[in-house]
Design a binder for this molecule. Structure first.
Ligand code: F0G
Length: 389
């Protein structure tokens, strides 16, 4: 069953519907009387929480069960953890959404799927639809998708079509095309996809043995923050936990319409020319903005923005101090946490969500580092080079 978050109208779960007639976003209502307390810290993986999910497992690449590391070198005296979603099958948190979303597509009898993407949704949908034997169409912003992600989408056999425009333009087209082409849309406007993503909350609780005080994550189209908040709320509604975390969303300065709205007040206004080095979250008109604002308000959370410089410094710090290589959007979590901690706005146990693997976007690293000229292959020259550098 689906319910509109604005007017409360219900829709059947076997209807292909993405928005309510009133324009509001939809969310899945799960029967929490059927769930069980499986949170024993063992065998953590997405489908362990099947009872919380509105579909049966049909298409899977064994997603979830990603590591939760304590950042003991960067924050020796604080309880700061990092949930490394780059360890998912295609290297990002999107796999959580796609195992559920593509399983739902099969249940509905759909054989074609479609999305707009800044890259990771494309890579993930391409892989899961390949596994399900479906046709996959992907619209990407022309020239602004990281190479790792693009190569994934291509090798999995998706039809990749660049659009003359940014992600927001591509997503608008996808929504217009969906009914004409009888394709199933798997952007985060699809409430079933978000059901998969809510398992990130379950895994954090399962691995940590408690609900943290803060969960910090990058915000682009604003689906993930909404999904994770729903997961924590369901844990509480099912009587498994009492505590709820504060949801802390981080946007890139050049693409921060939600931060502006919450700081300045007033109506939501999209940002027309989003720009940031973190191309995954280069989004000016987040489709889930109303769900995200609800998550921030209900959890007494925060929204903050960080500059590209702060993002790149955080990416380097994580890789060089903790051995964890994340893509720029994911480093926004650490950059935002440092900013808020310095302002004394966050304390207690914190989980930073690293949403995608660093190898997704090698160019952003290679642009900053250069290799020296090759050295003559003798020990003396090599010794000199090693000791002088
Ligand atoms: N981090 C990464 C690495 C992402 O790829 C995305 C979104 C986000 C964070 C933001 O998540 O949209 O749920 O707020 N990437 C989408 C894509 C838009 O097409 O891959 P969100």
């Amino acid at each position: 069953m689906l319910r509109c978050i604005e007017c409360g109208r219900f829709y059947r779960g076997d209807e292909v519907v993405y928005r309510c007639e009133c324009g509001g976003l939809l969310e899945v209502i799960v029967d929490l009387s059927r769930v069980d307390d499986v949170f024993d810290g063992k065998d953590v993986r997405l489908w362990k929480y099947e009872r919380f999910l509105p579909v049966r497992k049909k298409v899977s690449l064994e997603e979830g069960g990603t590591p939760l590391y304590r950042l003991k070198n960067i924050f020796p005296s604080l309880r700061v953890f990092l949930k490394n979603e780059g360890a998912n099958p295609t290297g990002s948190f999107k796999d959580r959404g796609m195992t559920v979303g593509v399983s739902k597509a099969l249940e509905l009898g759909m054989d074609k799927v479609l999305c707009a993407s800044t890259g990771n949704t494309a890579a993930s949908l391409a892989a899961y639809s390949a596994r399900a034997g479906m046709k996959c169409y992907i619209l990407i912003p022309g020239g602004k998708v990281a190479l790792g992600k693009l190569s994934q989408a291509l090798i999995h056999g998706a039809k990749v079509i660049p659009v003359k425009g940014n992600f927001d333009v591509a997503l608008k087209l996808v929504m217009e095309l969906s009914s004409d082409l009888r394709v199933y849309v798997l952007n985060s406007i699809n409430p079933f996809r978000l059901e998969g993503q809510k398992t990130l909350a379950f895994e954090i609780y399962d691995q940590l043995g408690e609900v943290p005080d803060n969960v910090v994550l990058p915000v682009g189209n604003a689906g993930n923050i909404s999904a994770i908040w729903k997961g924590f709320k369901e844990l509480a509604m099912a009587g498994i936990t009492k505590k709820l975390p504060r949801m802390v969303g981080i946007q890139a300065e050049g693409a921060s319409p939600l931060v502006r709205m919450l700081k300045e007040g007033g109506e939501f206004r999209p940002c027309s020319n989003p720009e940031t080095v973190a191309t995954a979250i280069r989004i000016g008109n987040p489709v889930n903005w109303s769900k995200a604002v609800r998550a921030i308000r209900e959890s007494k959370g925060l929204l903050e923005s960080v500059s590209d410089g702060e993002i790149l410094r955080a990416q380097y710090r994580l890789a060089s101090k903790e051995g964890i290589f994340v893509e720029p959007a994911s480093a926004a979590s650490l950059a935002g946490f440092i900013k808020l901690k310095d302002l004394h706005l966050v304390d207690g146990t914190t989980v930073l969500v690293a949403t995608g693997h660093g190898l997704k976007d090698p160019n952003v690293v290679l642009d900053r580092f250069s290799l020296p000229n090759p050295v003559d292959p003798d020990v003396e020259s090599m010794k000199e080079r090693i000791l002088n550098h």
